[in-house]
Structures are given as structure tokens and as C-alpha cells.
Design a protein around this ligand. Structure first.
Ligand code: ADP
Length: 251
């Protein structure tokens, strides 16, 4: 039996924009294997928290510690690209795929980028490389569309390809903004299953508004309100909480 172990610890995070506190003293601890959902009304500070973790926004105070097998790294003041290299991947809503290239080529480029584009641009792919890409395509359910141009995929398939591209960077933590926005119910369920599978060997944080999706797939839910932690627990804990109901229903 594997004991749960901490992979990320955010302590007392405060973010100020011109004196306005978008996040105030927020704590967030993630464990290996978690599919964590971050919910709360608009303006609660959810996106800002993801921005702090990935280094896009600098916290005014507080600390972010990334627990890796080779030790704990304080990433509070590290640059975004450095944090990405250390193993924290962020997927934004804006697409990052190359639409005129195939599914296979998109994954191939992501793999080469991880190694340093200039060092490997002209290097031949090995059988192991090919196998790795095949495995990734199977995971994201696009094994039969390897030679499709990415631009011709459905909305859901494009999102899965983006997740596959992120995974080529071998992140330990994935941060996602509303990954199922615009998806059909079927695509949403497939995405949930995919994220559950991916989370097994990592941790994932998802900012989400689709409560049905959260209910079906969350291992744990964190509710933010006005920049602060309002409630944390299972979806049942959160749904039965009076403060959470007040915030959502405006009572
Ligand atoms: P959420 O993701 O929960 O909807 P955000 O983290 O996007 O909330 O925003 C939290 C608050 O911080 C909002 O009031 C928003 O207007 C404000 N905010 C976010 N980013 C900036 C910024 N770059 N400059 C000024 N205010 C910001």
C-alpha cells in the first residue's frame, strides 16, 4: 500500500493587484494521485492561484513548495519556464496545437521540445521514441487518428491532444483551466476518465465551473471565495456546507 504523500504545498499565499487582494492567505496542499478541483464563484481567485503555482503571477507573500523525489524545492520566486522544466505543466484555454500538422507530429514536436529543439531537430526518431508517442496516443484515445491533421479533430479530441502534448513534457503536476468547456457530455466523461488515469501517477488541479463534472470525478474539492479558502473536502462535504450554499445561492 502506497501512503499518500505531499507533492505541492502552498502556504499563506496572498496576491495583490494595485492594493486589491485577489488571493488572501490561501493554503493548498496536494498529494500524489489526486484529481483536485478548485471551485468557487467568479472572481474568487482560482485562476490567480494556478498562476502563482506555475509562476505566471508572483505572490506578494506566502510560499509554494514543490516536493520532488530529489527533494523539496521552493518555487515561490522561480520563473515560469523554470517551474515548467521542474515538472509543473499548465494548460490554458487558448489552443497550442499546430493545426496543419498531424496528431503524431504534434506529439513528436512536444517530445523534441522537452529535449531542446536545437539539439534534436534533425535527430532521427528511435523505435523507443515512436513507441512513446504511440503509447501517448492510445492514452488520449487518438491512436486511430495518428495521421489526421490536428485541425480536423473534434473539439474534444483537440483538447485531449493538448493534454497529450503536455504529458510529453513529463510533468508531475498538471494545472488545467476548465478543460471540458464546450465539450459534449460524452466528451466530458471521456475527459474525466482520462484525467483520473493521468492523476494516478501525478497530481492534477482543475479550475472548473461544471459541477456535474466535479461531482463525477473529483477526489477532493477546494472551494474559494473572495480570495480565501472557504471549504475543502469531498464533493459531499462541500455540497452539504451552509457557507458554500450561501456563496453559490447568494443567501
Ligand atoms: P476566478 O478564477 O476565481 O474567477 P481570478 O483569479 O481570475 O478569479 O480573479 C480574482 C480577482 O482578481 C478578480 O476580482 C479579478 O478581477 C482580479 N484580478 C485577476 N487578475 C488581475 C490582474 N492581472 N490585475 C488586476 N486584477 C486582477
Amino acid at each position: 500500500i502506497k501512503m499518500p504523500s505531499v507533492i505541492l504545498q502552498c502556504e499563506g499565499i496572498t496576491v495583490e493587484f494595485d492594493g486589491f487582494k485577489a488571493v488572501q492567505g490561501m493554503n493548498l496542499t496536494l498529494e500524489h494521485g489526486e484529481l483536485r478541483f478548485l471551485i468557487g464563484p467568479n472572481g474568487a481567485g482560482k485562476t490567480t492561484m494556478l498562476d502563482v503555482i506555475c509562476g505566471k503571477t508572483r505572490a506578494s507573500s506566502g510560499k509554494v513548495a514543490f516536493h520532488r523525489t530529489d527533494g523539496v524545492i521552493d518555487i515561490t520566486r522561480k520563473k515560469e519556464h523554470h517551474i515548467a522544466e521542474l515538472g509543473i505543466g499548465r494548460k490554458f484555454q487558448a489552443p497550442s496545437i499546430f493545426p496543419t500538422l498531424t496528431v503524431f507530429e504534434n506529439l513528436e514536436i512536444a517530445m523534441r521540445q522537452k529535449r531542446g529543439v536545437f539539439a534534436t531537430l534533425f535527430a532521427k526518431m528511435t523505435a523507443a521514441d515512436r513507441e512513446r508517442i504511440e503509447k501517448q496516443m492510445t492514452l488520449i484515445g487518438l491512436q486511430d487518428k495518428a495521421l489526421w491533421r490536428a485541425g480536423g479533430l473534434s473539439h474534444g479530441e483537440k483538447q485531449w491532444l493538448e493534454i497529450g502534448i503536455m504529458l510529453m513534457q513529463e510533468p508531475n503536476i498538471l494545472l488545467l483551466d476548465e478543460p471540458v468547456a464546450g465539450m459534449t457530455d460524452k466528451e466530458t466523461d471521456k475527459t474525466g476518465e482520462l484525467l483520473k488515469e493521468i492523476a494516478k501517477s501525478r497530481a492534477i488541479v482543475v479550475v472548473e465551473h461544471d459541477m456535474e463534472f466535479v461531482r463525477n470525478f473529483a477526489s477532493k474539492v477546494t472551494v474559494m471565495h473572495e480570495g480565501k479558502l472557504l471549504k475543502e473536502g469531498t464533493m459531499d462535504d462541500v455540497q452539504n456546507d451552509d457557507h458554500v450554499a450561501e456563496v453559490y445561492l447568494g443567501k
